[in-house]
Design a protein around this ligand. Sequence first.
Ligand code: ZN
Length: 265
Amino acid sequence: MAEYVTRRNFMTLLAAAAPGALVFAPSFSGSSLLAQASPAPDPKILSDLVAGNHILVRKGVIVIHGHLSVRHDKNPNRFFMSKAIAPESIVAADIMEFDLDSKAIDPKGREGYQERFIHSEIFRARPEVNAVIHAHTPSLLPFTASDVPLQPVQQQVTFLPERVKMHRNGDRGDTIVNIEQAKAMVKTMGNDGALLLHGHGVVVVGNSIPTVVGRAIELELNGRVQRDIIAMGGKPLPLLPDPKGGNGYGRGWDAWLKEEQRLVK
Ligand SMILES: [Zn+2]
């Protein structure tokens, strides 16, 4: 967080010195920071981003490999995500800002995740999406490498289509590491709330961090419920999609944040 406080202080001083020259001023060619800077984001989205990563690990959505991102609330062409470390270890100073080509704005020697293109291409193509998760969720992996389609079988995931689509990137569950591969993935996904990646994992989107985290947690549960149905010898009877579904996770988010606050004390 310190970097944003620093930047905000810097810009406040600058505004005092030269009102009207603040931000986005191409004439300020002497300062690469100023030429690139966005307004400081709401600190809440950054603290939610840190907490959201920890919550996803605790809830079994992410096991080491996975990440959460959020669109900049004051510049839709930027987004935030952590540097490339295990999500349970993320702290505020690890959060980096990227443009929609996945280029880091002020890396300070930090490396972003290789798979960040998944996030940037979704943010580019879908203005209604403000938060993205990619994860290798164990309960969903069987559906990424079989002919059993992932289907909504519990009431909290009716944001899904009747069959979740699967995208194939190479023959070995290959990682999406560039704009071209990510564009192909976005095309397969269309306007859906989630997408499976063949032999690899899942992508979930939402209009906010609480929504996307809630969706991913409920989708993880859905994977287990559907496997239970199959293990019982049954056949899934999928629920119908609800255009308004998958947005009411406020109670869950409040509880998960409280748990997070207890744990970080
Ligand atoms: Zn991955």
